[in-house]
Design a binder for this molecule. Structure first.
Ligand code: FE2
Ligand code: FE2
Length: 135
C-alpha cells in the first residue's frame, strides 16, 4: 500500500474528528515507511500502544456526539467500535505476551479501518452532525 495523503475522501467534515482520523493515517504511513526500511517489526509495539490510546479517546469522542444528538445509526456504529476495540486489544495482548504478531496483519487491519470504518461508517454521521451545528 502506498503512503496515504489526507484528502477530502477521508474527511467527515468535522474538524475535531478529522484531526483524530489523521492520526490513524499517520500510523499507516509510519508503519509503511518502517516496513520499507525493513524495520516494520520495531514499529509494532509503538503502533499497537498508539492504537489502544486512539480507540479509547477517539471512539469516546464519536460516541459522545452520536448519543448527545440521538444519531439513529448509533447502535450499529457502536457495534463496529466494540469489534475494532476488541481486535486492537487482542493484537496488543498477543504482542505483549510474546506471541508472533505479523506486521502485514496490522497493516491490513489499519487499511481496513480507513477504507471501511472511516470512509463508510464514520462518513455517514457527517451530514447528521453538521445539521446539529457540529462542524
Ligand atoms: Fe472514527
Ligand atoms: Fe466510528
Amino acid at each position: 500500500m502506498a503512503l496515504i495523503t489526507w484528502s477530502e475522501t477521508l474527511s467527515v467534515n468535522i474538524k475535531e474528528i478529522d484531526e483524530q482520523h489523521k492520526k490513524i493515517v499517520g500510523m499507516v504511513n509510519e508503519l509503511h515507511s518502517a516496513m520499507g526500511a525493513g524495520k516494520g517489526k520495531e514499529m509494532l509495539g509503538p503502533i499497537l500502544s498508539g492504537l489502544v490510546d486512539y480507540t479509547k479517546t477517539h471512539f469516546d469522542t464519536e460516541e459522545k456526539y452520536m448519543q448527545k444528538f440521538g444519531y439513529p445509526q448509533y447502535p450499529m456504529h457502536k457495534t463496529e467500535h466494540d469489534t475494532l476495540t476488541k481486535q486492537v486489544m487482542d493484537l496488543n495482548t498477543q504482542y505483549q505476551t510474546g506471541k508472533a504478531v505479523i506486521t502485514v496483519t496490522i497493516m491490513n487491519f489499519l487499511k481496513d479501518w480507513l477504507s471501511k470504518h472511516i470512509q463508510e461508517t464514520d462518513k455517514k454521521y457527517g451530514p447528521f452532525l453538521n445539521a446539529k451545528g457540529i462542524v
